[in-house]
Structure formats: C-alpha cells, structure tokens
Design a protein around this ligand. Sequence first.
Ligand SMILES: NC(=O)C1=CN([C@@H]2O[C@H](COP(=O)(O)OP(=O)(O)OC[C@H]3O[C@@H](n4cnc5c(N)ncnc54)[C@H](OP(=O)(O)O)[C@@H]3O)[C@@H](O)[C@H]2O)[C@H](O)CC1
Ligand SMILES: [K+]
Length: 502
Amino acid sequence: MKLLSAAQTREADAFTIKEEGMSSSDLMERAARAFVGWFENKFQPTQAVHIFCGPGNNGGDGLAVARLLQQRNYAVQVYLVGDNSKASADFKLNLERLPQEIPHQHLKEKQDITALPEGACVVDALFGTGLNRPVSGLYAEVINSLNGSNLTITAIDMPSGLYTDSQTPAEGAIVQANYTVSFQLPKLAFFLPQHEAFVGEWHIVPIGLSDSFIAAVETRLYFTTPQDVRHLLRPRKKFSHKGLYGHALLLSGGFGKMGAAVLAARACLRAGVGLLTIQVPATGYTVLQTAVPEAMTLADKHRRHLSELPKETDKFDVIGVGPGIGTERVTKTALGQLLATASQPLVVDADAINIIGSSDKLKGQLPPDKVIFTPHPKEFERLVGKSNNEYDRLYDMLDFCRVYRCYVVLKGNNTTIGTPDGKIFFNTTGNAGMATGGTGDVLTGIVTALVGQNYSLEEACLLGVYLHGLAGDLALKAVGEISMTASDVIDFLPQAFLKLQA
Ligand SMILES: NC(=O)C1=CN([C@@H]2O[C@H](COP(=O)(O)OP(=O)(O)OC[C@H]3O[C@@H](n4cnc5c(N)ncnc54)[C@H](OP(=O)(O)O)[C@@H]3O)[C@@H](O)[C@H]2O)[C@H](O)CC1
Ligand SMILES: [K+]
C-alpha cells in the first residue's frame, strides 16, 4: 500500500469531495464517525473524555467527535485552545453544531490550563497533517501538561506537534500519545523508530478516500500489508521435484559462531529451498552435518574461518553470505573473490556487510541488480555511512541502492526495504521479542531460500521480511516476547507460510 505525504493527503481529500459531490464537512463527519467507531471499542462510556481542539480541521474533527461521543452517552468536556478567530470553516461549523450541554472551555493563556481528573481519557485534536511549524507558546504548554498528566491520550490522525513526513524541529512540543487513530492510510512518521513515544500504538480507520486517486498518485513510499504479499507467494506445481526450487549455498559460520550457520540453514530449508549446501570452516563440519541433516556440508580448508569458495560456485542459484563469518583477512579475500566472480544473486549479511562497508574497492565490485544487503542499524552505518536523522537515513539508503543498484533491508521495528529503482517499503509484521541474537541469521536464510526459488530480488525481500516478522508474531503468542529465541522464529515459519496462504 502507498504512503501519502501531507500534501497528497490534502489532494486526496479535495479529490474525494469533488468525486462524491459532497461537502468538506461531510468528509469530516465521516472521519469523526470512523474515529468514534474505534474509540467505542476501546473505551467505556463510564470514562470521562476530555477533548483538546486546535484551530484547524483536526480541531474540527475533535468537535465532531465530541458531539458523536455525547450522543453515545460519554461525558465529554471540550477545550478550545488558542486564537479561534482564524479557525477553519469546518471547525466553525462543528463548533456551532456542538450541543449546549457539552461543557467547553476556551484556553487563552497558560493560567487557564487546569489539572484533569484521574482516569479521564484525553483526545488530542490540536493539530493533524496541517501542522506547518514547530509547536510553541500556549499550545506547547497544553501539550506539556497533557504529557505530564499520566492519562491515556488518543490522538486524532497525528500526535499533535509531530510533522507528518519530515523531521520535526527539536524545539517543537509533541504529544506523547498512547494511541494514534489515523485516517485511511498511516503516515510516514509512524514508521520511524524515533517516533514511537509520540505515536504510541497506531490504528487506521478507513474514511473512503478516493481509490482512483490513491491508485494514480505517485509515491516512492509503501508499507506492506498481507494483501500486498499474499499474491506474491506462488503455489507449488503438482509434479514438483527439488530441482525446481533452487540450489542455495550458504557461506557462513566461524569458530564459536557455528550457530549462526545452523540458524540460517534451518531457516533456509523451512523457507522452501530445493537444495542447500553450506560451507563452514572445518571445525564446524560435524556440527552442521548433525544439526542440519537435510543440507549438504562442505568443509573450508581453514579450521576457524571462511577462507575459500567452493569449486563450482556457478551451479548455485543464490549465495547467502555473512552469518558468523568474522572479518579475518582470509575471509575478506574470499569475499572479494565472490564479488568478482559471482554470476548469481547474493544475500549479504552480518560481517560480510562490515567487510564490504569498510572497503570502497569491494563496493566498486558489487554486481549490479544482484545483491541484497540485510544490515541492522550499526551495520547499515558501516555500509552507507552515518545519517543526520531517520528521514535522512531513508534518503541515504535510497542513494546507496541507486548508486550500487542493490537492495537494502534495514532490520528494525519496521524493517525498511530500499530498492535500486528508488522505492521504500516498510514492513508491518514483527515484534520486540525478535530483538534477540540470531533472528538476523534466520532472515538471511529465508531471503536466500526465496531468491533460490526464483522470486525476484524485490519479491524475496518483501516476502521474506514479512514472513520472518509473521513467524515472530506467531511465536509471540506461544512463547511471549521475553522468552522468544531465533529458533522459535524458525519453528513458526511453517505456520507463517500457512497463514499467508490461507
Ligand atoms: N483525509 C483526511 O485525512 C481528513 C482529514 N481531516 C482532518 O483535517 C486535518 C488537517 O486539517 P488542516 O486544517 O489542514 O490542519 P490542522 O488542523 O492540522 O492544522 C492547521 C491549523 O493549525 C495552524 N497551525 C499549523 N501549525 C501550527 C503551529 N505550530 N502552531 C500554531 N498553529 C499552527 C494553522 O494555522 P496558520 O494559518 O497559523 O498556519 C491552521 O489553522 C487532518 O489531520 C484530519 O484530522 C478532515 O476531517 C477530513 C478528512
Ligand atoms: K491530533
């Protein structure tokens, strides 16, 4: 699904209003109803609701929400903040529509801000996508007092003060919402880890924005939904044999890190590869043969480190390289050889990323349109460089993908995929339980298996990352986030495939 900028969202509003022949206040009413639908499921009418409204249409939404909640027997209190002389037309209309019985108070200066009763629910309708400068003055005072209140805050559309799609200047106050209920599509800001404390748990409510507008609008930003990835998954042919599903090679493992090779290999098999060969330093030979009997194992001539490529590398459909390999000189040399000679796609992880990141020569040898990097944030920094902020990191990632014509899978809460043709996809599966050693090796195995099965590199990234997160989400239900291990993620991979296929 596409992500729209604040400007595109405004265009989508205007287009929808015209297409459906309705007024902007009708769309606002629809948005308010959608919000209230979510709110009713979450909070009981026994809880008092305190709604803080700014001067724009976000504030207008707040006023419409106040009216609708009062009709549903919630005890509502409205606060109008700041100078309403410049308020939007739909704000004014909804202020007129506000029933007399709803108490509303105008906060004009700091002294007007009072403590809220314990247990109250706060609805933040100060600013939405129309915010155009950092929040200061009275608005900031209100926001700071709400943040300090310990009450549950639900933001309408955006946590007020947070820019929708660019870096919020440090000096601006921002609501720290527990929930953000946003209209139609999530906003770019929701996907950046630095915003977690502001956005809280986000939910999307549809408001019927024009499908044709959204289909036509140009963007390079996407987030992956089950619908997006489900159709990528190809069922197996009835008359199948293992040769149809690719022969993958994993170059992985090192002294004390054979587990990384085991995890990547097991995940690769569970993700459906036809044949798997693993090459490990000689001391790991017995470990791999025992732990992964389905795979063939080659012993590197070096006992402790990866130092050579197998003789016939051409016969493999894909090569995954990196988990547990270390950064010894012999390993660097072998990796250089691989980049210079590989004819098949490469999935590059862990120390293989660190080695390439530290060498312009190796970067220059990257075969175009053939490499997927799967860094965590630190490895990303070594590969691409340090970015000023998380927005710049996205654009730096795209530059890197464009220059080297490669794919980058930046692992994290919303794993982010960059493509050489300039697209960014945010994944929506996965959880904090997966922040544990070895889950990255599992991802390498999965993506390698998918490339081996002839999925395009973009498809392999999207599907692989999605399934990896989904397996983690299924594991979460069984073992919880504290106990989850990388092996649990592998164990739930079959269920993830089944769920996606259902
Ligand atoms: N399709 C949808 O998603 C729908 C969204 N709706 C809601 O509308 C808002 C966007 O409304 P908009 O009026 O464009 O913008 P805001 O309400 O967010 O804010 C604009 C007003 O705030 C002033 N402003 C902006 N920044 C600041 C600031 N830092 N300090 C003080 N005031 C600020 C601005 O005034 P200026 O002239 O002073 O710039 C505006 O008055 C969206 O988020 C949804 O909630 C609709 O309901 C329909 C569907
Ligand atoms: K808001």
